[in-house]
Write a new protein. Sequence first.
Length: 185
Amino acid sequence: NLPQIRCDTDDETMLSMANAFGAPVIMSSKAREGSMRGYANELNVPCILYEAGEALRFSDLSIKSGLTGVMNVMRSLGMIKGKVRAKTSVNASRSYWVRSESDGLINVKLKLGQRVNKGNILAHVVNPHGGESVALFAPTDGIIIGISNIPVTNEGEALFHIAQFAGDEIEVANDNLDDFLAEYS
């Protein structure tokens, strides 16, 4: 996962915390019942969720940006002294998963954080027993914020998580992402 914040962007306090964190993308996401965020909301405690990296793996980018983000939020809330050093975040208008249309091996053509345009080939699903490969296309413009690294897929499995942005916000998001990756890579 590309570093991102999930929160209820209709809540001013949560949105302020998300912006202070400084992840390149903010996803509007209501808390799920039974989740930690859901419980915090029941207690009227503002809560944001940082999502980054890959399961069972350490990522320097995810760790460094996460630590900086937590410190920024603590500064913005007056919990510690210092100036918030956050980059500008951009709110995604929505996101969706592109799923495999067949079983096979994945030949990924684009990478995490890359901008896509409607019609770009994201990957080919190749049948290991022969036959033609099936191309997966980006249904809209956006930025890849999540990608499966498993080389084998079954029909219907989620492969690419794409965030969409309103109007010219994709240009801002793309520029911010470049700055973010340059700082933490």
